[in-house]
Design a binder for this molecule. Structure first.
Ligand SMILES: [Zn+2]
Length: 369
């Protein structure tokens, strides 16, 4: 069998899932599904796509793992616990997730490790490159910390502490925040948002544009002179008729490409098929070719394969039921490779898309030590 491609996934809400649903990703995926069978969990979030064995099967060695909480106005039900009323509460929820990652990785260093530096990243890559030692169950998955919605940053003088804690990417938006307009809550980059971006660039954070309203995103593209990503976003052009500012306009895509940014495509049916309704649509309506079409669209617009990656957002309040037919777990991301080959992409292009482009951005953001 041909060697699978190495995969970097730029968006997973691991801490949020662990704290909200008690999910334990050191377990095999099937164990989580069995444990949750008959509980409310699959009802509200679907069946999990993740588990340590699935990362191994899928050759997924690096994940951008988020700090994420919601403003209370977006709370979906009593189960939706990680909600905040103000910046202080947000700060506590986000800090708790950093602490959780540290405790968890200290306990399971053979399964998950934090990537804070170039040295850390190279060690993970080395372990995934060499043959698996006799008797070893697999390799540790490296986690890069990404903050989704910057409401947890109370003031800019906190930024160095966040960097020190291992945070490497910040996305100012989810819904709208005091920094900028966001999903379903349009608006510009505010003065506080502009100051945040300037301070982030000074320290060297990567900047995640996903969830920003177009107006805010275009302002940010002009302003930010550091590393830019859209960790989990699809192209709006393939979603005609969808009334949402969640997807990237061609203008924003061009801006990201010009700045050598990378966009992570999302295999969420709601982001692949106009008219898909969570829980109501038949799964066979969406096949993996729609995800391939997203990748191809972005590569055609960019004129090369250097600006697209994967940002699965698996378990991000959607489960296997809301993914293309061909998906059962994260390991199925490997199915993209033969389809891209068929479309005329070279092995090198595919390697860029599966991991190379994210590794390039990590190379720019991570300090050497
Ligand atoms: Zn998100």
């Amino acid at each position: 069998m041909k060697k699978p491609f190495f995969i970097v996934d730029a968006h997973q809400d691991l801490a949020w899932n662990m704290l909200t649903f008690g999910r334990d990703y050191t377990n095999p995926l099937e164990k989580t599904r069995i444990l949750e069978k008959g509980t409310y969990i699959p009802e509200v979030t679907g069946n999990t796509m993740l588990g340590w064995d699935a990362y191994q099967d899928g050759n997924v060695g690096v994940v951008f793992s988020t700090l994420f909480a919601e403003p209370i106005r977006k709370q979906e039900g009593a189960w939706d616990k990680l909600v905040y009323r103000d910046a202080n509460e947000a700060h506590k929820l986000y800090r708790d997730q950093v602490d959780l990652y540290y405790r968890w990785m200290d306990k399971h260093p053979d399964q998950f490790r934090l990537i804070r530096s170039g040295v850390d990243l190279r060690e993970i890559l080395r372990l995934w490159k060499k043959p698996l030692p006799e008797g070893a169950a697999g390799r540790p998955v490296g986690l890069v910390l990404l903050m989704e919605a910057a409401e947890g940053i109370r003031s800019l003088d906190e930024l160095p502490e966040w960097w020190e804690a291992g945070l490497r990417f910040i996305g100012p938006a989810w819904a709208g925040t005091r920094y900028c307009g966001g999903t379903h809550e349009p608006g510009p980059l505010t003065r506080a948002g502009q100051a945040l971006l300037e301070c982030m660039a000074d320290i060297g954070f990567g900047f995640d544009i996903s969830h920003m309203d177009e107006e805010a995103a275009l302002m940010a593209l002009d302003l930010y002179d550091g590393v830019i990503i859209a960790s989990h976003s699809n192209a709006a052009a393939l979603l005609r008729g969808v009334e949402s500012n969640r997807h990237l306009s061609d203008r924003v895509i061009h801006g990201i490409v010009e700045r050598d940014g990378v966009i992570g495509v999302v295999p969420f049916n709601n982001f692949l098929l106009a008219g898909w309704k969570k829980g109501q649509a038949r799964r066979e309506l969406v096949h993996i070719d729609r995800l391939v079409a997203q990748i191809d669209y972005l590569c055609q617009l960019a004129g090369d394969s250097l600006h697209v990656g994967i940002g699965s957002d698996f378990d991000g309040i959607y489960g296997v039921e809301e993914t293309p037919m061909e998906f059962d777990s994260i390991a199925d991301l490997q199915k993209l490779a033969p389809l891209l080959l068929e479309k005329g992409y070279s092995e090198e292009d595919i390697a860029n898309i599966m991991s190379g482009n994210w590794l390039r951005q990590l190379g720019k953001v991570l300090p050497e030590k």
